[in-house]
Design a protein around this ligand. Sequence first.
Ligand code: TXA
Ligand code: MG
Length: 350
Amino acid sequence: MNKNTRVFHVNGKAHEEQIREAARILKEGGLVAFPTETVYGLGADALNEKAVMQIFEAKGRPADNPLIVHVDSRENCMKLVRNIPEKALLLMDEFWPGPLTIIMKRKEIVPDVTTGGLDTVAVRIPENSVAIALIKYSGKPIAAPSANLSGKPSPTTAGHVLRDLSGRIDAIIDGGDVTIGLESTVIDMTSEVPAILRPGKVSKEEIEGCIGEVKIGYDDKVHPESETVRSPGMKYTHYSPESNVVLVEGEHDPVVSRTKELIADFNLRNAKIGLLLTEESRSSFPGILSYSLGNKNEPEQAAKNLFFGLRYLDEQKVDIIIVDGSFRKDGIGMAVFNRVRKAADMIIKV
Ligand code: TXA
Ligand code: MG
């Protein structure tokens, strides 16, 4: 892999010529990274086996971890799936375009490489004008995992993508920062009771408001590789920077005191420390390298800042990242905790 990665700048607006050029690369079987509302994706023609295989190669992704297929319309989704449950249609009405990925039975046309050999396929319509234009101009459904090296935090800027994949992909469309910062909610509509396989911005409560009871089909721990799990992606190490990550979970005051103890301890061992702090905690740690997760009562901010902060502190070559887990756990906060727990080498509850 030694590609000349072209960079198309569109500054959040759909600059037609450049997006058409990127679409042409996709049509010809190339790899193009592009912004969505959640994180940057690494796209290939979902129906072209060779193209999809390159995604796995570029990311270093295990071949049994299936991809999400991105479409621009419900009609184009219908070309990929069969036996669509009534409730899946309700979810499409309510949440598409948007950060909800729906797993349904696949049609023959979707190749095994795209679905990791499963007889289901994950589909979503992204809510980003650049992504939609790219899909439209290519005239293809686009398979796209997050555009990071496998195991690294998902990319929320074009810079993140280039750091991981420059020279390994054909092009990237730089459409500025993403708006949400965490990957989509994934729901499996093929089981009797629909199951949420990955939490995201669309919450369990919102989904239940639309289709009734659903179950939680994920946990926040990393599964051993041997275990059979529903969503193959759940068993791999995720979101982990080079540094060791310690999550301190609890209310503001005890989190601050425990973090101070940890810092004293790591200082004795000459470890370089970086902190991911809520705004409320920042004044307690003057002079220590830190990045803000935002206001503790607004978990949307933590969602947007988490992957950026992990990557930022990692680049400062810290040995330890301590994450202040005192932000709210409701709404997207649930999903933020899920990602931090997966990234963490140690979780301390206070
Ligand atoms: O927000 C997002 O979802 C981003 C943007 C680019 O759309 N994409 C993304 O893709 O996060 P990826 O590949 O990093 O995560 C897809 C997750 C994986 O955990 C995978 O195992 C699961 O969805 N998945 C995909 N197809 C599946 C299927 N047929 N059955 C079960 N799980 C599936
Ligand atoms: Mg990913």
